[in-house]
Ligand binder design. Sequence first.
Ligand code: ZN
Ligand code: ZN
Length: 420
Amino acid sequence: MSTTALHTTALLDSLGYSDADRQKLHETYRYLHAHPELSMQETETAAFLQARLEELGLEAFGCGGTGVVGVLRNGDGPVVGYRADTDGLPIGENTGLEYASTATGTLEDGTAVPVMHGCGHDTHMSVALAAAELLARNTDAWAGTVVFLFQPGEETAAGAKAMVADGLWDRAPKPEVIYGQHVWPGVAGGIEISSGTAMAMADSWRVTVLGRQAHGSQPEKSIDPIVLGAHMIVRIQTILGREVPAREAAVITVGTFHGGLKENIIPGSAEFTLNVRSFEPAVREQVLGALRRIIAAEAAASGAPEPVIEEISSFPRCYNEPAAAAEVLTALRGALGEEAVREVPPVMGSEDFGLLAEAIGVPSVYWMFGSTAAERLEAGEAVAGNHSPEFAPEPEPTLGTGLTAALAAILGRTGTGQQG
Ligand SMILES: [Zn+2]
Ligand SMILES: [Zn+2]
């Protein structure tokens, strides 16, 4: 189901949000949806964003490779950051939408892949651009500066790091708080927000298990890296069952395990990749330490060389500073209604958003906005989620809600109460 009527809210009305504005938001969304790019390769997306920001009269500059910053100044007042991530995923879109992506890209290892905005970052960008436009047009309604952060490479945890390393906070005004939001297949029109930890820290490693190659008939001449790797993989699950206190939350997933080419050849090495998620820095340290200990000790038990551990990615905690989160909760409920905004416990998903604020020691607040028609959820329909080839947010009221939420949070801090 998709609504063709103008979806609006009292807040959007008060800012003069017109049918033409809504058409423009949808056109932008469909354009971005059809033109996804892989993480840290968002060149055309960045050019599109920069041109659009300049058109709206913002100071815009590139940062961190394919990141774009847009600064909207409106006199003295609070400086607020608002972040939208920009990357697509290596997924072949299968939504059947008329604006579905047929784009392709090339992974770092040279593999050609289809590309899709399978995590909905196209909704984030189009909402941020529409928010910038409405704020630029309604200078009586607020005072201060809004720094729009169009961040690349969220999916690989590379983008926020790259922007900060490229001198983001020497080049842009430093905000006192940074906001961000993510689309997910919850009820469209609704928001979910946590106070305190919102999303988990996530660490991914590649472990190369070294052994000694031999013929399958002569295991006595080998150090079998498959048997050894299997022991490691089974034993590391005991970290959660026997080492981390039961009241703490953590996950260890081994997502790949590869070794060997033929059933009667014992290979010289094998490789597995793992992903660890946790909410508390102390638990993260405990789990990562135990992983290193078990991996090394199992190798020693087999008489094998020390395995090689490489970090693939590390996502920081996404933490909603409680006072700032309470302020956003009030603003969102004011704009969308009490029932539409639910307070929820943290989720095991992860985000590199937190780094942008952590780099300058300011609070940040992050929330989720839904993208599935309530009737479909009530009917118990299995709805495709983020990272699925079938993930297809209902354009409305998803975009109108995302736009209202972005503006409510920003105006909650900068508003003069004079809109309309
Ligand atoms: Zn994602
Ligand atoms: Zn995402």
